[in-house]
Unconditional design. Sequence first.
Length: 732
Amino acid sequence: MRSVPLAVPVGFFAILILSAALLGQHQEASSSLASTPILGFSAAHAAAEHKLETEFQAIPSSQRAREWHRTFTAEPHPAASERNNQLADFIADEWRKQGWEDVTLRRYDVLHSRPRSVSLEMTTPVQYTASLREDPVDTDPDTKNPAAPGAYFGYSASGEVTAEVVYAHSGNPEDYDLLRKHGISVKGKIALVRYSNPYSYRGFKALTAEREGAAALLIYSDPAEDGYTRGKVFPDGPWGPESHIQRGAITYDYIVPGDPTTPGWASVTGAKHIAPEEARSLPRIPALPLSWRDAKPLLENMNGPEAPRDWQGALPIKYRLTGAVAAHMKVDMDASLQPYTVVEARIRGSELPDEWVLLGNHRDAWVFGGVDPSSGTASMMELTRAIGEMKSRGIRPRRTLVVCSWDGEEYALTGSTEWGEQFADDLEKKLVAYLNVDESVSGAASTAGPEGLSFSPAAVASLAPMLVQASKDVHAPSGKSLYEAWRATSKRDDKASAPPLDSGLVETRIGSGSDHTVFLNHLGRPVINLGFSGDYGVYHSMYDDHYWMENIGDPSFEYHVALTRIWGLVALRLANADVLPYDFGFNAVALDHFLTELELRNKVDTHKLKLKKLHERIGDFQRAGDELRESVQQDLASGGNTAEKEERLNQQVLQVESNWLDPDGIPGRPWFQHLIYASRYTYAHLEYPGLTEAVEKGDWKLAAEQAVLIEQAVQKNIELLHKAKASWEKNN
Ligand SMILES: [Zn+2]
């Protein structure tokens, strides 16, 4: 999934002074590429790495990416479908042919959810039967495929309801407050809400409707958000036509992701499952997604109070809060254990096989998955082909590369969560970073203008500098370096007069909604998400298909290949570096910024909560990070470090991210253990989750306790970096 940027850039970083880290690497290559330094590499190894990367970058082909894309989007392939399982076997076979090792199918038996039958009719004041289907389009034969499913939500409860319909805008808590002011309750009624204004995950809308006592929930796509108001609609443009339906899951996976009946442990064969009634992540009321075509009769027949101006959508009607409209809705879901398959493969590292760089993309789609996820799958298959080709030429990475094709991401981030839980012990020790690509191209190059699609990555702050540096050595489809293209699209998207500084390019706030979640929030490993984005209004609909990509999204498939290249380059640098290129000085800059932002946003009264000590500790962490980086960079430049010395340091810095974990988890959500990163229930990014939520509730005692926990984690990392620097400088 991932319909909106995982985090919303606020441009705050742009005003930060460049960290020393980025200044250090800002000296543009005046000499040839071969002599340009690479973070974490000695001069000699950087030259070899550049050579190897040039070879790597020559392999991926846009024609091949197009062919992979066609294969993966040829049929609907939701989780637990026969087609999705065939694709798992196909990927496994291809990876073997490409030369990948230890190709393994991991099976998980998880509580799955699929529709037996769904229906919706307006019964009053006039009869209308919702089609709950999308119209075929003549120019795109895939849309005539009878296997394309109709409207449903993964993990909707089953049920039958006949009740009055109330329009509740976006279905967020403040919307129900406004209804209450008008004397309108949704108790026992059907709440009709729309997507994305402002964006919140549909699973939060479901929980909110349930808490408000609604009997059922309908979520429709208003053309104001993803339809004709935005531009041309499919098949003439990237936006959603009248019958498009945004399917999706409504799981409460912001509380605990993965199989709802195995919270915190893996659904391997024979595992214990709790009863669905006990699962915290399962919705309790029936719900359905609607196209605007099916929602319009419900909205236009209401005769109650007019909705406020900002609740009015783009349909040519007067939006009202309620009145006169009743509907009959029936949702019958099959909820049973079904096998999900994660395909896993690796290329064992030549020197450090027990340090892993993990790459992943989910395979399951709501329908054809043109953007989500098969654009990412096509980019991944070109990446694995290129790495396999390098291996056949005798070039093996120093560290182990692991690649996974996840299953059931769309349901509850399920495959990656189960796999992460199964291999937690190994991952906590060995995982250098997880590099996630969900949608590699979620935007229309055809409407993007001269600067092209936005490069929109998010990364933990410690990896942001190396990502920026890598982007300088990849070409964007425009012919510029990806770095220059990134600056140009950031400037455009921020409506700024100048591009952001390097320190503001990478989004370091990370929400949920994709497969990085288990690795960051549960296992405390560094993550990066990569992708290009732009105009895209057919998310999770039948029209998100090969035709969309080939005619509207990325007709040349050059963006797919550019994504393969940057993904591969980051992976190769992490796999081959002498010293892992984490930048903790920059990490601290982000931490301090997050804290300042929290104080400003909540106008924290210093009599109620003292955060000065935490700021000071973060300042110490920054100094420790900067000093370690300087010391290491100097020694790398002069060369002559022993492998033992480098390895000792690598083992130490690998622990920094884990030190941000609190084994008790954040208050109310024990599965989420990271003290700095979590997501809100809407999937939006949430920094210092325990502290922030306590401050927002005005619970100053809990806030003070949370601040102490963070302080202790920062202190632990300061000591770790001091120790690492001392042992780096003392020994060889
Ligand atoms: Zn996805």
